[in-house]
Design a protein around this ligand. Sequence first.
Ligand code: PLP
Length: 383
Amino acid sequence: NIMISSRLARVEESATMKSSKRAKDLMSRGVDVINFTLGEPDFDTPKNIMDKTIEAMKAGETHYSPAVGLPALREAIAEKLRTENKIDTKASNVMVTPGAKQGIFEVMMTLIDEGDEVLLMDPSWVSYDACIQMAGGKTVWVPTDPENKYQPLHDLSKYVTSKTKMIVVNTPCNPTGSVFDKSHLQEIADLANDHNLFVLSDEIYEKIIYDKKHISIASMDGMADRTITINGFSKAYAMTGWRLGYLNAPASVFPSLEKIQSHSISNVTTFVQYGGIEALTGPQDTVLNMQKEFKERRSVLVNGLLKLGLKCAMPDGAFYAYPDVGEFGPGARITDRLLDEAQVAVSPGIAFGESGKNNIRISYATSVDRIKEALIRMEKVFQ
Ligand code: PLP
């Protein structure tokens, strides 16, 4: 009779995992499923990054490194954050983490106490809420505006109480592909400054952006001291399996983050960190090629969905389309029907928050040919 801790008992299994499990199950039985559930680029990690990593491993970089990361990688990240993101920072504020996800978990454990409230946009990526729950916090869902490409609402202050500690910002956004406008980010920055809130800014999809410009909220007035910026190599450099990410945190919280990391993971795999240095300082042409390819896929997919009669905003970033299928049935039901009747696997919008009950999320980390094939198959369901 095992008693699971209440910390974990309150966390639910991810509904995106459930739907991708069903898809994988069918695939393992030989069914030709077009899998649109994945949150990872289908490209290979660039060769220069692999080569430098193998070199480092062969050169004996197989021992412990500092808990916060190799000095040269922290320096390269700080330089990137200063020049590309206009964040006033230095290497001593940068911590290398085993993926952005672990960084988010560590930030919640560091800043959130039992009963603290965290504002989370509805819809949001699945793991923020789980991390808040594990830390003992309370998620306060705040709506976004589907009529305006899922931008944040203007008046967020009505969701703030004396217990509010943090607001989570994710732009470009998973699952909507929304890229927050500067004016909206400024409003969030004002809210954080007025109410003394921390901001967790997850910028993992920063490089997968189409016509807009990415803005880091930590670069705005008064925000460097209250923002923890999260980023990583998974999406920009197709390095999901490497488990390599980083965060930038103000000096007031950095030592606590260092503590949690040194007592849990010790350090990110040492030779993997050399791959990170090469990713940031080496040629960036693969990033541009990937952007071009994603842009083409986005247009084929979204135009196809519109032709099928779905309501779908053109996403400005990330590799997800988030159509409203309410006219045809609830998103969860359409998800099942697409898999059963068309062998197309998607994720139900409800996995990302209550507001998503009429949506499905389609990841276009899949070739143009497969997208075209899926659109033909989907016609059956959306007649
Ligand atoms: N943040 C968001 C919004 C994501 O969608 C994902 C992955 O799906 C992550 C973070 C996790 O990234 P990493 O592989 O660096 O842990």
